[in-house]
Design a binder for this molecule. Structure first.
Ligand code: GDP
Length: 380
């Protein structure tokens, strides 16, 4: 009898334990708690269909990694070797000036060098006069003294006092609301205008600015595509039209509106660069500017010029300057020319500073123009 009672008790205890374990497992599952650790020996008997399904399940798409553009401050230094290729003018001047006791034919050589480098007639005459006076006063041909004197005079010619910063700070509108700084980029096709817009966006992103691009060159779908690709690399939104030949002013308007709505710091607008008559250009750019201004004042109009085009480039500069108020110049392709003197000539002609220089085809080969580094590169 006692044995039977003991057996019954044992059975009850075992049953109670089994029920307890089952209830805990159920509760865990209901609460979403971790499943019990699988027995390693059991791992191989997992349902093969389930395994196959897990292997083919689409993995979450990786977040696109954005490029971090190169910081801006040291770009011109990095690109100095390329700039120095246009420096033959500095070297040529140094070698003649170091001869001492210069003859008239030496001075002619200096004049030719300056003119060939596209410095322009007016600035060349000025520099010649100053150099004549200073070499006489100096009375030495000691290389370091000649170099220092030439450095000073070239710097004076390029100018060190102009404000070369891009107007890229949001402005307060009449309504008391902050509006993005807006920049209109103009120039003839082929000068490097569209790539310059894209490179400028990278300059601004490197300075932690929020940028919106407007692809208002609606005559070339390729230009809008190009901007779209460059923008995506650095997470910059590009406003464009689906229709080729759409009204550029309406795209520019949409871009500025988008910039306002998203709280962007800067809106950069690329324009078509068809060479047309002055009146046509004036009408088109005037309209774009007017329409943009309804959303936010246009703080900057940048003219993109190809430094290798010499007098042709200067003529383009004049036409654009008559059509719209230019506030700054971007000189592209300075890496491929010995005609760095155009920096001086174009500033004189338009009365506005060179703000950026293009020194290659790489995405970060655009640098803020620093006169001291430019002159140093000419003389190195
Ligand atoms: P757009 O027609 O004026 O918009 O010209 P693009 O922006 O399409 O540029 C025309 C060509 O010039 C492209 O091959 C650019 O890579 C090239 N380019 C632009 N800027 C520079 C520069 O500073 N240096 C060099 N070497 N090439 C440049």
């Amino acid at each position: 009898m006692t044995e039977q009672i003991a057996l019954l008790l044992a059975v009850v205890v075992v049953l109670l334990i089994a029920v307890g374990i089952g209830a805990t497992a159920l509760l865990r599952r209901r609460r979403g708690g971790p499943p019990p650790t699988p027995d390693p020996d059991q791992a191989e008997v997992l349902d093969p269909d389930v395994e196959a399904a897990a292997a083919t399940a689409p993995a979450a798409a990786p977040a696109p990694t954005l490029e971090r553009p190169e910081p801006v401050a040291t770009r011109m230094q990095r690109l100095r070797a390329r700039l120095a290729r246009s420096g033959s003018v500095g070297q040529a001047l140094l070698s003649v000036l170091s001869r001492g006791d210069l003859s008239e034919s030496d001075w002619e050589e200096i004049e030719d060098t300056l003119l060939l480098a596209d410095v322009g007639v007016g600035p060349t005459t000025e520099l010649m006069d100053t150099l004549r006076t200073r070499t006489k006063v100096m009375g030495t041909t000691e290389p370091e003294a000649v170099r220092a004197m030439l450095r000073e005079e070239l710097l004076a010619l390029v100018g060190t006092t102009a404000d070369r910063r891009l107007a890229a700070t949001p402005v307060l509108g009449d309504d008391g609301e902050p509006h993005p700084a807006t920049v209109l980029v103009v120039g003839v096709n082929g000068t490097g205008k569209t790539t310059t817009v894209a490179k400028l966006a990278r300059v601004l992103v490197a300075e932690d600015k929020d940028v919106v691009l407007g692809a208002a060159d609606t005559f070339r779908a390729a230009a809008a595509d190009q901007l779209g690709t460059w923008g995506a690399r650095v997470g910059v939104e590009v406003v464009r039209s689906d229709r080729e030949g759409a009204d550029p002013a309406s795209v520019a308007f949409d871009a500025v509106r988008q910039g306002r709505e998203s709280g962007a710091d800067v809106v950069l607008v690329d324009t078509a660069g068809r060479l047309q008559n002055k009146q046509g250009l004036m009408d088109e750019l005037g309209k774009i500017k007017r329409v943009m201004s309804r959303q936010a004042p246009v703080g900057e109009v940048l003219l993109v010029l190809d430094a290798t085009t010499g007098q042709n480039g200067m003529r383009q500069a004049q036409v654009f300057a008559e059509a719209v108020d230019i506030t700054g110049i971007v000189l592209t392709k300075l890496d491929g020319t010995a005609k760095g003197g155009i920096v001086v000539a174009v500033q004189r002609e338009l009365g506005v500073p060179v703000k950026f220089v293009g020194l290659g085809e790489g995405p970060d080969d655009l640098a803020p123009f620093v006169p001291e580094e430019f002159v140093e590169a000419l003389l190195s």
